[in-house]
Design a protein around this ligand. Structure first.
Ligand code: GAL
Length: 811
């Protein structure tokens, strides 16, 4: 035979690429059968500890979210009882065959300071509640008997500026591999050169050999295009020492790359197969995208060579009535709502996100501003005894290794508003340098930034250390930009406009900081804290300074905690007590449960100019205000609109595109309307042509409710959700904007009540209590699946009104 090796290599290649080989690694989500208890329990980690009277829980779990609010508690962190210790216990299923394997536990986030015990012994711990980490538990396992896992979570030393949640709030997985395998987060895909005809792809795999034998290790690497067809295959071999590790790298090409973009988020996959002595030991799949990103000094941000204005929002990690507990569907819905108003970018203020959030952004075409720390003066898990260098290294390492293959990630931020870093106190610039270097060590392909608020600190030129000027509020970016005009600018926090959904106050505020003792903020969208501004200001600044790459609104959703302007301190200054302080924020474009505020339509009208928006505010139920001045605003993508009250025209108004008063550019305002009950109608025009109209009517007595589910079938996977919007109407079907009826909730069949809320920052009804009040005519009920298939029935009985029901299929 002339080429025997050819045949053999074709055979091996075929073994690697042609046959469906059984997965060589086993990734098991540890979702069910956990026991939980709160408090100090000294022997809780021990194998024979009796946990039979502990609570049965499922992961994700936030131990504080279902509890009663502490009425005079600290509103800044949500008035919930998140401080304390908690224990989780679970029996692990370890097969005798695992004896020859490596067994890891991967935690996506435990709040806070988790300690992981196996069979009574400490196997590992972590010191930052938001980060992912893993523990190699192999050497602690008992392969011929029972194994117990216990996790201690302790929030006593954790501090926060919002509600952080408590406990095992993100998923936990057990990974079982052969001794020679790709390291966790060990695959790194980069795309050094991207041209129309072809893209070069570099794939590096960190391979670990935990055996006592040095061996030749071969990896086969294939790439699948978005349609699932193989478009590249390659292999590389290297000798790896006993107990050693090595990076095996492949440089290949993909022709006619289908780029990842916000409009078309094309995703490729690469599969790494590891062979030792002809036998496959591992197989791992990694998703990636091919795209170019670039910040330009004068033309903003470019994706694939084209300018994309960043229309971003900040999102904290919490999910309203679900608390810190991370449910993929809650995140997906959050992103869907944000995309529906034109959002194309997210900043995960201010901590490592759940990994699924990045996967969703990849899939949905949303750019991701990836941030690791908030101002850490005792807020981010850094306590007095923390060695900063080590802390920064281990946390940045996990953060970057975990997230660096996501095409959505376009920038790394090492922190938000860290005061001493901006001012170079306590060796601040050295620490900044340390953090940036670690980011660059693990991923040099993306720009870096620090998010700033200390205006004058720019004069110290901390920006020389990172790539992009990121500044929060009030055109603070201007000093830095003047000193260094060769760097792009991002408004990392814009607006901070404040409002309560459905609530209006008269007269209109004279100043943005005019707040009353109502404990709610008027929804005319003219209020903001003194350090911040209204939405229109940021729109105008970006028009006036077109070099600005874009903005990230504070915030997309309301969140628990930080209830400015009604924090404990603020209400006390207004002559009230802690009891009056609110428990959730007023910043959101949508409320705590995702119901749009008026502002939603203001953003949509500007960010989605091609979609018709004609939104009228306020509502038109003002009994007692007859004859009084009641301003009417219209948010529209049109350039003009005519307003009618009960058929009588109040004139046509047009946006004043050059006005120095930002609101005149982006809204249409009739400030002198006198109230009379009836109908308000707006007809909108663009370039002289009618584009649409809308009307609202004074509603009569509330006489019915409707239930609308965002999804009527969900998966029986114990974590899927359906969000059911409850709305009140009068007998003619007009929305009742003032309805506040109490709703009794009943859930039966294949699922459970996951939470209920209404967006009222002053509501102290626990989130999982089978009742909620309508708030300005609306409320949200969230139901979740268990593991059985069937029908889930939700019945809602409002006081004095007929009960309504809805059925969700659990499949
Ligand atoms: C910023 C801060 C945010 C939030 C916001 C409220 O300064 O970075 O976390 O507190 O203010 O306006």
């Amino acid at each position: 035979m002339k080429f025997p090796f050819l045949r053999t290599s074709i055979l091996i290649l075929c073994l690697a690429f042609c046959l469906p080989v059984l997965a060589q690694r086993n990734l098991i989500e540890l979702q069910k059968d956990w026991k939980f208890a709160k408090g100090e329990i000294p022997t809780a980690a021990e194998t024979n500890f009796n946990d039979s009277n502990w609570q049965d829980v499922r992961i994700p779990h936030d131990w504080a979210i279902s509890e009663n609010f502490i009425k005079d508690g600290d509103g800044s962190t949500g008035k919930l009882q998140w401080k304390g210790q908690g224990w989780y216990r679970k029996k692990l299923d370890i097969a005798p065959s695992f004896k020859d394997k490596r067994v890891y536990l991967i935690f996506d986030g435990v709040m806070a300071f988790p300690e992981v015990y196996i069979n009574g012994k400490l196997a590992g711990k972590w010191d930052y509640g938001y980060n992912s980490f893993y523990v190699d538990i192999t050497d602690h396992l008992n392969f011929n008997g029972e194994n117990f896992l216990a996790v201690h979570a302790d929030t006593r030393k954790h501090d926060s500026r919002w509600y952080p949640g408590a406990g095992m709030y993100r998923k936990v997985q057990m990974l079982v591999t052969n001794p020679v395998h790709v390291d966790i987060w060990g695959t790194y895909v980069t795309t050094p050169v991207i041209k129309k005809d072809s893209a070069s792809i570099r794939i590096s795999n960190k391979i670990i050999n935990t055996t006592e034998k040095a061996d030749s290790v071969k990896i086969y690497q294939s790439i699948l295009n978005p349609e699932g067809n193989e478009v590249s295959k390659d292999s590389v071999t290297r000798f790896i020492a006993a107990g050693g590790e090595s990076f095996l790298e492949i440089n290949t090409k993909v022709s006619k790359p289908q780029l990842w973009d916000v409009n078309q988020p094309n995703l490729y996959k690469t599969i790494t197969k590891v062979f030792v002595g002809g036998k496959q030991t591992d197989e791992k799949e990694t998703t990636f995208g091919i795209r170019t990103i670039k910040f330009t000094a004068d033309d903003g941000f470019h994706l694939n060579g084209k300018r994309v204005q960043l229309k971003g929002v900040n999102l904290h990690h919490g999910h309203g009535p679900l608390g810190g507990a991370f449910y993929p569907r809650a995140a997906e819905r959050q992103l869907e709502i944000m995309q529906s108003l034109g959002v194309n970018a997210i900043r995960n203020s201010h901590n490592v996100a759940a990994p699924e959030l990045l996967e969703l952004c990849d899939k949905m075409g949303i750019l991701f501003f990836n941030e690791i720390f908030d101002k850490y003066d005792a807020k981010a898990g850094i306590v007095d005894t923390t060695n900063f260098e080590d802390f920064a290294h281990r946390n940045i390492k996990n953060f970057v290794l975990r997230d660096r293959n996501h095409p959505s990630v376009f920038m790394w931020s090492v922190g938000n508003e860290i005061g001493d870093v901006q001012w170079n106190q306590n060796n601040g610039f050295q620490r900044l340098h340390t953090m940036l270097n670690y980011v660059n060590k693990y991923d040099p392909t993306r720009p870096t930034t620090l998010v700033n608020d200390q205006l004058k600190s720019a004069e110290l030129r901390h920006f020389d250390l990172y790539d992009v000027h990121s500044w929060n509020y009030g055109r603070r970016y201007r000093i830095a930009r003047k000193l260094e005009p060769n760097k792009a600018v991002v408004i990392s926090e814009s607006a901070s406009t404040l409002s309560t959904r459905g609530f209006y106050e008269f007269p209109l505020p004279e100043k943005k900081t005019d707040f009353t003792k109502s404990l709610q903020v008027s929804s005319y969208d003219l209020n903001a804290p003194d350090w911040a501004e209204i939405a229109d200001d940021d729109f105008m600044w970006q028009q006036q300074e077109p070099y600005i790459a874009g903005e990230f609104v504070w915030t997309g959703f309301d969140y628990l905690g930080e209830p400015t302007p009604y924090t404990n301190k603020e209400v006390t200054e207004m002559g009230m007590t802690d009891l009056e302080a609110s428990r959730s924020s007023y910043f959101g474009i949508v409320d705590l449960v995702g119901i749009p505020k008026d502002r939603y339509y203001l953003y949509k009208s500007y960010w989605k100019p091609d979609e018709t928006t004609v939104h009228i505010l306020p509502h038109w139920n003002w009994e007692g205000r007859e004859g009084e001045t009641t301003p009417v605003f219209v948010y529209t993508n049109g350039d003009c609109a005519e307003l009618f009250i009960n058929g009588k025209s109040f004139g046509k108004k047009c946006k004043k595109l050059d006005s120095e008063t930002s609101t005149d550019r982006f809204r249409l305002m009739w400030k002198d309307v006198t109230y009379e009950p009836g109908e308000v109608k707006a007809v909108a025009y663009k370039d002289g042509k009618k584009i649409g109209e809308n009307n609202i009517k004074t509603a009569g007595k509330t006489s019915k409710i409707s239930l609308t589910a965002d999804r009527t079938s969900i998966k029986a996977d114990g974590k899927d959700l359906s969000y059911i919007l409850v709305e009140a109407f009068d007998k003619d079907g007009n929305p009742s904007p003032l309805a506040d009826n109490e709703l009794k909730i009943e859930v039966s069949g294949a699922g459970h009540l996951a939470g209920a809320g209404n967006g009222d920052p002053q509501s102290f009804e626990p989130f999982q209590n089978n009742k909620v009040n309508l708030f300005y005519g609306k409320a949200m009920i969230i139901v979740g699946s268990d593991f059985e298939k069937g029908k889930l029935k939700l019945s809602v009985k409002p006081e004095n009104i007929q009960k309504e029901s809805i059925t969700i299929n659990v499949e």
